[in-house]
Design a protein around this ligand. Structure first.
Ligand code: NCD
Length: 313
């Protein structure tokens, strides 16, 4: 971090990257770099959050995000409880507000929440006093994913500013795209969005972001391609003709990759629809950082928990 930065996330809710300053982003990335050493160590343990309680409230499916928040809290010495909402009192009709108030009363210093409704994390931040970390609210935001994407790019490329990033696929339903767009524009990256017209909202066209209907235009000379999952669970039928058509016109395969820079980096937040938005050789090929993104996700979430609950001391 720059010596004269005053960025400080202590006690803050992490709701979306639209609220982050470039200094705050840099602070998270620099703490994450230290945390990554712990993640790679034989003994993955720091005492920073001893005596703190973190509750994961995931009301939508998750493998990577929930596991990495849980490990992140544990590696920092906190007590972490993950609530499976399908076996919680929410199935008996308990409201989100009452569930949050119960969690707060049980002693949660932080609540990591994922929910299908846009604005649910902000709602939680008004309902209780625990620190709220948004782990995905509908199609709105997924700030820890945006930060781990930035962290991964920085680790591979050594910088962020000036890089050309293509974000391709189901932009319309993607909270990852929204968080990436805020994080990447704030750090000086040039963004090109592409996907079928029906999945590509025009309102994303603002400073530093260009929208293309033709995927080739977006990935030409790209330093990074972030491939988004087609979010079949969030869309009605008819947004694209068929999986085969989608793969043909928008799928990232080895042939398309040749349009990008020679050292292009491939990201995907997971889970992947292989053969649809991304081909298997690309997922496992030399340009892919998809596996590394998962490990970086643990480091970035450690940084977020340490900074919000402990001030990053
Ligand atoms: C993303 C999500 O849930 O928004 N996945 C994740 O957190 N790793 C993207 C997705 O589900 O496609």
């Amino acid at each position: 971090m720059e010596k004269n930065s005053t960025a400080n996330l202590f006690g803050k809710n992490i709701l979306g990257l639209e609220n982050f300053s470039p200094d705050e982003i840099r602070l998270v990335l620099s703490v994450a770099a230290k945390m990554k050493k712990i993640v790679r160590d034989d003994v993955k343990k720091l005492p920073n959050l001893r005596g703190k309680a973190i509750i994961n409230l995931f009301c939508e499916p998750s493998t990577r995000t929930r596991t990495s928040f849980e490990l992140a809290g544990k590696y920092l010495g906190a007590d972490v409880v993950s609530i499976n909402t399908s076996t919680s009192s929410m199935v008996k009709g308990e409201s989100l507000r009452d569930t949050l108030r119960t969690i707060e009363a049980a002693g949660a210093d932080a609540v990591v929440i994922r929910h299908k409704s846009e604005g649910s994390a902000e709602y939680a931040s008004r309902a209780i006093n625990s620190v709220i970390i948004n782990a995905g609210d509908g199609a709105h935001a997924h700030p820890s994913q945006g930060l781990l994407d930035l962290f991964t790019i920085q680790q591979y490329k050594g910088r962020l500013a000036g890089l050309k990033v293509a974000i391709v696929g189901d932009i319309l339903h993607s909270r990852v795209a929204r968080s990436d767009i805020f994080g990447m524009t704030k750090t000086g990256m040039e963004i090109h969005l592409a996907g079928p017209k029906t999945l590509l909202p025009r309102f994303f066209e603002f400073d530093g972001v260009r929208v293309h209907e033709n995927i080739e235009d977006a990935i030409k000379n790209a330093d990074v391609i972030n491939v988004l999952r087609i979010q079949l669970e969030r869309q009605q039928s008819g947004l694209f003709p068929s999986g085969r058509e989608y793969a043909r016109f928008f799928g990232i395969n080895e042939k398309r990759l040749r349009l990008a820079k020679e050292d292009v980096l491939i990201l995907h937040p997971g889970p992947q629809n292989k053969g649809l938005e991304i081909s298997e050789p690309v997922t496992y090929g030399k340009h892919s950082a998809i596996k590394e993104q998962v490990q970086n996700g643990v480091a970035v979430r450690m940084a977020l928990l340490d900074l919000t609950l402990n001030g990053g001391k």
